[in-house]
Design a protein around this ligand. Structure first.
Ligand code: PRP
Ligand code: ZN
Length: 285
């Protein structure tokens, strides 16, 4: 039986989270990242640990069938691959940054300046769209050091927490692109591999959903049940169970992580008490 080959980053911002996503999808990989490839015992998949920059090319050439990497790398490399799913982790942005002492007046600042970057394709497109004429210095890594060693006036690089910029005396002035981890695939997978990918995707989606939602349990006066059901629609509708105490019920539902605090306030206004919010392990629709 054929196996689906997945490429993930060997070491870097995405490696641990990529492995974790596979693990939470029930895919157990025998060894750590010590080797360059590993097989799963309980799923027809083989994991290849590669440099993230190389993953688009490997997926295009079907050295790997699918891969997990930053959308920024996918767009920069421009290889013929499909983005299948945004994975909701490793959020970052590709930004322009300048020495912190400089005053910034807007994009025209970059006219006739030199900018060090590992993203020449995305950046030259961005400057062209905005009618800016700048000189790009393409470098492979440690981009943030370029201004202080006199290699360029500014940089365009990935910012996540922003600490690398601060350490290098730079300030972020423009966002060129927002990015996060994505799953990419070769465009001509066999039927057999496509089936494995569908199974994997089903699991991955359940994991992503579970991290975006919480299980919520609360006690409510019976007259508030309708209104609370309106704010907590859940997956179909909330579960309502009568409490031993007359006139009260326990309600169970699901709430989106990012709506959680707003919803809690509304629930309390409606008379809800004893609100419990519990992480969800997996969520299958
Ligand atoms: C980016 C960038 C910085 C760092 C910024 O590297 O080149 O080194 O992340 O993160 P911070 O804002 O949290 O300090 P990336 O992880 O994309 O790795 P790579 O370019 O070496 O592949
Ligand atoms: Zn990289």
């Amino acid at each position: 039986m054929s196996k689906l080959k997945i490429a993930i980053q060997k070491s870097g911002r995405l490696s641990e989270k990529s492995l974790n996503l596979l693990k939470e999808s029930g895919i157990n990989i025998s060894n750590g990242t010590s080797k360059l490839r590993a097989e799963a015992k309980n799923f027809p998949i083989e994991v290849l640990f590669l440099r993230d920059d190389d993953i688009p090319q490997y997926v295009e050439q079907q050295v790997a069938d699918i891969g997990i990497l930053g959308k920024n790398e996918v767009l920069e490399k421009g290889k013929n691959v499909t983005i299948i799913e945004e994975l909701g982790f490793a959020a970052c942005r590709l930004s322009l940054a300048i020495p912190k002492g400089e005053s910034y007046s807007g994009l025209k600042y970059f006219n006739n300046k030199s900018v060090a970057t590992s993203y020449p394709n995305i950046l030259s497109q961005f400057f062209a769209n905005n009618n800016i004429t700048a000189e790009l210095e393409e470098i492979g890594g440690s981009v943030e050091i370029a201004p202080s060693i006199g290699l360029a006036n500014a940089v365009c690089d990935i910012v996540s927490t922003g600490s690398t910029l601060i350490t290098n005396g730079l300030k972020e002035v423009e966002t060129v692109l927002k990015s996060q981890a994505v799953l990419i695939a070769n465009k001509e997978l066999s039927k057999e591999k496509r089936d494995i990918l569908d199974k994997l995707l089903f699991r991955i989606k359940a994991v992503i959903r579970s991290s975006e939602n919480k299980y919520i349990v609360l006690n409510a006066p019976n007259e508030a049940i309708d209104k609370i059901s309106g704010i907590l629609p859940g997956m179909k509708s909330p579960t309502v169970v009568p409490l031993a105490k007359q006139g009260w019920s326990s309600m169970h539902s699901v709430v989106k992580e990012d709506e959680f605090w707003d919803v809690i306030d509304q629930l309390r206004t409606l008379g809800a008490e004893g609100i419990l919010v519990i992480p969800i392990e997996k969520m299958v629709l």
